[in-house]
Design a protein around this ligand. Sequence first.
Ligand code: F6P
Length: 523
Amino acid sequence: MGWTRERLEDVARSRLGGAKLIVVSNREPYIHHRRPGGGIGVMRPAGGLTTALDPVMRACGGVWVAHGSGNADREACDADGRVMVPPDDPSYTLRRVWLTEEQEAGYYYGFANSTLWPLCHQVYQRPTFDPDHWAVYREVNELFAAAVLEEARGGPAVVFVQDYHFALLPRLLKDARPDLVVAQFWHIPWPNPETFRVCPWAAELLDGMLGNDLLGFHIQYHCNNFLETVDRAVESRICRETFSVAHRGHDTRVRPFPISVDPDLAADYLAAGWEPRVAAIRQKYQLADRPLIVGVDRVDYTKGIPERLRGLDRLLDRFPELVGQFHFVQLGAPSRTSLPEYRHLNHEVQTLADEINWKYGSETWQPVVFVNEHIGPDLIYALYRGAAGCVVSSLHDGMNLVAKEFVSARDDEQGVLVLSEFTGAARELTDAVLVNPFDVDAVAAGLHAALTMPAAEQRRRMRRMRAQVADNNIYRWAGMLLSEACKLVDDGPWATDPDPSDDEDATSVLPGGPGSGVLKFTA
Ligand code: F6P
């Protein structure tokens, strides 16, 4: 049986029993902002995490604790920072945590995005190791711990922590409430031990993460790296058979859970008719009816955007017959622009696009269109559907959901995915045209394939990739994680009936069924 929203709802109900589900992430799924003309608007942030988790929370209900970052966030919620979301279909509570500018600078821009982000991605961007950032990172983890503990008061709860912003949070939660089930998903890669050990606070970070009952990464390789890192850095007992770490009398299971998309979302976005939206873009940027290759990213140095532009330059140089025949449309949502590296990257991408347009373009044809703004999903999905191909050239990426979104949009079974072999997605989407983004000729060859692949070959590959994304969808990711986390509930101090359905396929876990042991709250 496949994973659907309904099945996840069933699993959440039965597996969680009476426990509350609390998700924690830095980025909030809905941002309230003041409209220039007056009134309050709601924005969805760019980035895979919130897009992936929102359908899960809609299905499971519960509380999502996140940084309140919008300029109208306080007005939109109650005195405790709580607001029901999504605005058009309130299904779960968003609990906002307020940070000062100094806290945001030290914790988010500082330790999370100038230390852990480059450290874990290993893309030759040197991490910053600033003791002040580290102090604020600890302080903000404590602030979030206080908010979670408040939300978890009075009953059992499963806390699902997201990402590298909160390496210390699991330990803080476990120390305060050993009865909580704490699981964390690390959305970015985990580097090899040699890379990680240069961090002056490596041991503290690992100790924080080992407060988890369950720790998930996208792929087995990152789990292996994590275990190796722990092995070298902290005193612990590692069991390679169960893939778990015993540290300070507590066991942490480490598992791969490849994240994915909700394939039905594509159908929803495309239902209203994608053609007029693509036609409007074609008209706005004078694209006529030429084939389009698209790139859709936050402008981030891990995404390999300059590398793909250099590949495009190489393609036009090597295949002059392609000049004037297609357009490359790069949607680049500005991201983390308070950091100089990110501002420089925006500038570098714009400069490269201008250079290529100057070198090969004419009055009637410009090869590159760089749209450096936030674009809504309606238009993004329309472009996925109408393009000849999509290129994802990340230098290193935990998963990359753009690749899966593109596949989910291609109900016509056409379109070529050019995909970096250094993404988690490349492990599953083996029918993409896989390229090494550091190899300019390989990127050029990938783009060439996207423009010339026969329709039958496109269909053969796309059909297989669509089957993969349909099966391994976001509901499966969440269902597997919740089932695994709740096994620990079953083993824990609240355990009632042992659950015989411990298999990967939790089909027998229905409300009131064998897995529906209600948790006993002991704290
Ligand atoms: O994938 C890592 C990640 O931090 C996600 O958590 C998020 O979806 C994305 O990058 C966007 O980053 P930010 O929240 O910093 O804009």
